[in-house]
Design a protein around this ligand. Structure first.
Ligand SMILES: N#Cc1ccccc1Cn1ccc2ccc(-c3cc(N)[nH]n3)cc21
Length: 229
């Protein structure tokens, strides 16, 4: 059963990259189907408006609920998971990507302006799995880039999408800490040599060196990922 993804957005062109490279191949292989929907197709006024002023005052505009209700109703089933990117959401992570990769149907609601009327989340929460997700502690201009990131991180974990699932084992955020540095030809580049141990053929020594490098890198770049932190 392929993973079905429906993306609802006012900027469908943001998702053209999903036709390229690994994401494109995943769709051609039938492992994943991705459909992009223009939210404005679900408006009913002449101006195809999707936003209005916020109740309670404040800067900016808020996306009105009805176009979202019409758009989500057009694709939702009782197997759907509705994902709403927002700076206020739970943090998206590799374990969350793995969960999404094993879902049946994902609906991404890509907000803009100051976000989507909260009643959209409130309406669907009793009916289906709804997840408000952030991709990090910074504010984007909308949910589209966050959705691209979450789709790419999740789809690459769908069984069969990656040619060599081996490469999933040692990558960062699968194992505790971050991954070791990588090198390839030439053996010397602008006076810089590849670490000798990697050319030695001694696989135990190479494994030990890589484990040490992972710890050094994690300590320096991501001490929060060190065991016991
Ligand atoms: N909301 C909001 C908001 C609030 C204040 C100022 C600007 C925005 C823009 N915005 C509108 C929709 C939307 C969706 C997701 C993100 C988002 C996710 C992460 N991890 N960062 N930013 C931002 C989004």
């Amino acid at each position: 059963m392929p993973l079905r993804i429906d993306v609802i957005t006012i900027f469908p062109d943001y998702f053209a990259p999903l036709q390229l490279s690994l994401m494109g191949k995943a769709q051609q292989s039938g492992l994943v189907t991705i459909a992009i929907h223009d939210l404005r197709e679900f408006t009913s006024d002449r101006h195809r408006s999707v936003d209005d002023t916020p109740y309670g005052g404040g800067a900016g505009m808020v996306m009105t609920p009805e176009p979202w209700g019409q758009a989500i109703d057009a694709v939702v089933t009782d197997q759907s998971t509705l994902i709403v990117p927002t700076p206020a959401g739970k943090l998206f992570s590799q374990p969350v990507a793995a969960e999404l990769a094993h879902s049946t149907h994902l609906i991404f609601a890509c907000g803009r302006y100051e976000g989507i009327d909260q009643r959209v989340v409130e309406y669907y929460r009793p009916r289906i799995d709804v997840r408000e997700l952030s991709i990090g502690d910074y504010v984007l201009a909308g949910g589209d880039v966050a959705t691209l990131a979450m789709i790419e991180a999740s789809v690459r974990l769908v069984p069969g999408v990656l040619g060599n699932p081996e490469s999933l084992v040692e990558e960062s955020h699968q194992l505790p800490g971050v991954e070791y540095p990588s090198y390839t030809k030439p053996p010397t580049w602008r006076g810089l040599d590849v670490p000798e141990v990697l050319l030695s053929g001694h696989h135990d020594q190479i494994a030990r060196w890589r484990a040490e490098q992972s710890t050094i890198r994690t300590t320096h770049n991501r001490p929060d990922l060190l065991p016991g932190s």
